[in-house]
Design a protein around this ligand. Structure first.
Ligand SMILES: CC(=O)[C@@H](O)[C@H](O)COP(=O)(O)O
Length: 256
């Protein structure tokens, strides 16, 4: 069955996007991205070495001809900072598809939604394709979609928390109202969290810590790949209706 994910007019077969932080090495990062079957990797422009030849460079391991690079603005706390960071990235690397995140504070890394919306509008006016990390607030999610974002990426829970999807009802509301892909970003801790996101009807999942901080990141990456596929197929198959009382599995007719 062909069931591609289309973001900003480009088709992907994988619905799992992975990060490039917290790994023991860039080699382990590359191996995990492959085990996850990921086609897109997100890169924190302010944290990952993309150019200093005196150190290991990410692109030597996670190769740009193998993965679509999705630069992100992790570590930016104002719209201005985020816009400036992505403009510099476009000049340096030619990246036009970007992941915008504007954070509110270091303790929660919760998205600052007014600043995020301001930055999204500026970037879209500047010709960027903006995938946007956001709160699970359906009202802001709608504003970001109307501003022209090409993917809405609500948090499952706080970045790096591994707490899973704290507010499935809000995620479902966002899914129902959104016409561009909805990708749960942040907070996934286990394969069942990833499957739940997909069963809720999300178009994909972005995760970093759940894989990078696992005891065996490569095995966890593979587990996440299967969970995303299982959740997607379960969503497309349509779950059975919930019932309050038992319903026997074997037919009642013809009983002795
Ligand atoms: C990698 C990234 O872009 C972040 O949004 C974040 O790190 C993902 O969150 P988790 O680490 O909780 O998966």
């Amino acid at each position: 069955m062909s069931d591609p994910l289309i973001i900003a007019g480009k088709t992907y077969n994988s619905r799992l996007i992975v990060g490039t932080g917290k790994y023991a090495s860039y080699q382990q990062n590359a191996d995990a991205a492959r085990a996850a079957g990921a086609e897109i990797v997100t890169v924190a422009l302010r944290r990952v070495n993309l150019s200093d030849p005196g150190k290991e460079i990410l692109t030597d391991f996670v190769k740009p001809d193998e993965f679509t690079y999705l630069p992100n603005t992790a570590g930016c706390y104002t719209a201005d900072e985020a816009v400036r960071t992505l403009r510099l990235a476009r000049e340096a690397g030619g990246w036009n598809l970007v992941k915008l995140e504007v954070l509110a504070d270091q303790k929660t890394l919760y998205p600052n939604m007014p600043e995020t919306l301001t930055a999204a509008k500026a970037l879209i006016a500047d010709g960027f394709e903006v995938m946007v990390y956001c709160s699970d607030d359906p009202v802001y999610a709608k504003m970001l979609e109307e501003a022209g974002c090409c993917a809405i990426m609500p948090l499952g829970s706080l970045i790096g928390s591994g707490l899973g999807i704290m507010n499935p009802v809000n995620i479902r509301l966002i899914v129902e109202q959104t016409r561009v892909p909805v990708i749960v970003d942040a907070g996934v801790g286990t394969p069942s969290d990833a499957a739940m996101a997909m069963e809720l009807g999300c178009d994909g999942v972005l995760m970093n810590t759940a894989i990078a901080a696992a005891k065996d990141p490569i095995l966890m990456a593979s587990a996440m790949k299967h969970a995303v596929i299982a959740g997607r197929e379960g969503y497309l198959a349509g779950r059975m209706p919930k019932k309050m009382y038992a319903d026997p599995s074997s037919p009642l007719a013809g009983l002795i």
